[in-house]
Design a protein around this ligand. Structure first.
Ligand code: FAD
Length: 400
C-alpha cells in the first residue's frame, strides 16, 4: 500500500470544518477559561460537543455504526491536528485522551454487550471514561510488568484490590478500564486482565484529583482506590490474562493520536511566533529579519514537518494492520520532544509576553511537558528502539 499524502475531498472538507469550529467556537472558550479544564463546566463541554456534532465532525475515529466518521489513522492525522490547535478542540470533537483510546479498545476487543453498554454512550459523549494502569511505587509505571493491583477469582466473578494514580479523566468518568493482575507476581511478564468497572461500584473510590503542571485535561489526573470491588465475568474486557497484549492494541494508536493533537498545538504556537516576528521591531528591523530569530522559526518548521512525516509513517503501518511498535515509539519520542521545542522557541520569540497570561504560550508550555512522560517516557521508548536495533543487528534475518 503506497503512502498517500493527499486527502480524500470529503476528509479535506471535514478538516476545513474542524478548523472553522476551532477558530470560531472553541478558541474563544479556551481563552475564557485560560485552558483550564478543571474550571470548565460540564454544560460547556456538552455545548462544544453539540457544535461539533452540528458540524458533522464528531467522534471522527469511531465507526459509523456508533455515530462516528469511521476515519482510518491517516485521515485522523489531519483532523486531529486541526482539532489540536485548541487545548479544548479534542474534547469538542470527542477525540481527546483517554476516551478516544478507550473507544478504540472497546471497538476492537469489546463484546457486543460491552460495546452497547460502554462504547455507544462514550461515542455519543453522554459519558466519559478513564484508563487505570499506573500505580504508585513499587507498582506499574514505565514498567507495566510491576503491576500489583490484583483481581481474585470468586464463585460469582472477580474481586479487585489496588491503588492507581495519575488516571486522566477519572473525575466524573462513568467507568474505568482497570488493569489488574489475575496471575503471576509483580515482575512477571504476563498475567494481566482488563476489567470494565462502573464508577459507582462499591469499594471504588476516587481519592483525589492530583494537582499537576498541566490543566487542560477534562476530569483531571486522579488517584483511585479499589477495595474489594466485586465485578462479574461480564466485566472482563477480552480474555483473561491477555491485558498486556490489549494494552499494546490501545497504546500504538493512542500514542500516535496524542502526537497528532499536540502537533496541532505546536502549529498554532509556531504561527503565533511567526506573526509576532513579523510585527515586533527591534534594532531597526522586524524580529523576523534577525538571523537568530529566523533560525528559531526555521527550526520550528523543520520540527513540525518531520513530526508530521513520522506520524504519517506510523499511521500507514497501523492502517496496514501492523502493531507498529517500533515506528510508534520513534514517532512518540520525536514528536513529544519536537513539539516541546517548538513551543519553547515560540515562547522565546514572544519575549516577556510569552511567559505572561496575556498570550497563550505559557499555557501551551505548561501543557506540553507531560507528554514526554505519559504513554511511555522518552527514555523507555529509546531503550526499546535501541534493544530492537541491537537484536536486529545480531539476527539480520529478523524483522524490524
Ligand atoms: C499527565 C499525565 C497523565 C497520565 N495519564 C495516565 C492515565 O490516564 N492512565 C494511566 O494508567 N497512567 C497515566 N499516566 C501515568 C504514566 O503512564 C506514567 O507516568 C508513565 O508510564 C511513567 O511511569 P512513572 O511515572 O511511574 O515513572 P517511572 O516508571 O518511575 O519512571 C521514571 C523515569 O525513569 C526513567 N526510565 C524509565 N524506564 C526507563 C528505561 N527503560 N531506561 C531508561 N530510563 C527509564 C524515565 O526518565 C522515567 O521518566 C499519566 C501521567 C501523566 C504525567
Amino acid at each position: 500500500m503506497p503512502i498517500q499524502f493527499d486527502l480524500d475531498p470529503q476528509v479535506e472538507a471535514a478538516v476545513r470544518r474542524t478548523t472553522e469550529l476551532i477558530r470560531d467556537v472553541v478558541l474563544p472558550v479556551e481563552e475564557l477559561y485560560r485552558g483550564n479544564a478543571h474550571a470548565l463546566p460540564e454544560a460547556v463541554r456538552r455545548e462544544l460537543q453539540d457544535a461539533a456534532k452540528k458540524a458533522e465532525i464528531f467522534a471522527p475515529h469511531v465507526g459509523q455504526e456508533y455515530g462516528g466518521l469511521g476515519l482510518d489513522m491517516r485521515d485522523r492525522a489531519a483532523l486531529f491536528e486541526a482539532a489540536g490547535h485548541s487545548l479544548f478542540g479534542p474534547l469538542a470533537l470527542n477525540c481527546a485522551a483517554p476516551d478516544e483510546g478507550n473507544m478504540h479498545l472497546l471497538e476492537v476487543v469489546g463484546s457486543a454487550e460491552q460495546r452497547e453498554r460502554y462504547l455507544q454512550p462514550l461515542a455519543l459523549g453522554t459519558i466519559r471514561s478513564c484508563f487505570a494502569m499506573t500505580e504508585p511505587a513499587p507498582g506499574a509505571g514505565s514498567d507495566p510488568g510491576a503491576l500489583s493491583t490484583t483481581a481474585r477469582r470468586t464463585s460469582s466473578g472477580w474481586v479487585i484490590n489496588g491503588r492507581k494514580w495519575f488516571i486522566t479523566g477519572a473525575q466524573g468518568a462513568g467507568f474505568a478500564i482497570v488493569m489488574a493482575r489475575t496471575s503471576g507476581e509483580p515482575g512477571s511478564p504476563g498475567g494481566a486482565t482488563m476489567f470494565l468497572v462502573d464508577a459507582d461500584a462499591p469499594g471504588f473510590t476516587n481519592v483525589r484529583a492530583i494537582e499537576t503542571l498541566d490543566e487542560s485535561m477534562f476530569g483531571g489526573h486522579c488517584e483511585l482506590l479499589f477495595e474489594d470491588v466485586h465485578v462479574g465475568d461480564d466485566a472482563v474486557l477480552g480474555a483473561v490474562d491477555q491485558g498486556f497484549d490489549y494494552a499494546q492494541v490501545r497504546l500504538g494508536p493512542a500514542r500516535t493520536t496524542h502526537c497528532m493533537r499536540w502537533l496541532g498545538l505546536a502549529r498554532r504556537a509556531a504561527d503565533l511566533a511567526a506573526e509576532r516576528a513579523g510585527e515586533r521591531r527591534a534594532f531597526g528591523s522586524a524580529l523576523g529579519e534577525l538571523g537568530m530569530v529566523q533560525q528559531l522559526i526555521a527550526d520550528n518548521e523543520i520540527d513540525i514537518e518531520a513530526s508530521r512525516a513520522l506520524i504519517l509513517k506510523a499511521c500507514w503501518e497501523l492502517d496496514s494492520g501492523a502493531r507498529a511498535g517500533r515506528i510508534t515509539s520513534i514517532a512518540k519520542t520525536f514528536v513529544a520532544e519536537a513539539v516541546g521545542r517548538v513551543i519553547d522557541r515560540s515562547l522565546q520569540i514572544h519575549g516577556a509576553l510569552g511567559i505572561s497570561e496575556d498570550a497563550p504560550l505559557a499555557r501551551m508550555y505548561r501543557e506540553i511537558r507531560a507528554f514526554r512522560i505519559y504513554d511511555g517516557p522518552s527514555e523507555t521508548h529509546r531503550w526499546s528502539v535501541a534493544r530492537r536495533a541491537v537484536r536486529v543487528a545480531a539476527h539480520p534475518e529478523g524483522t524490524r
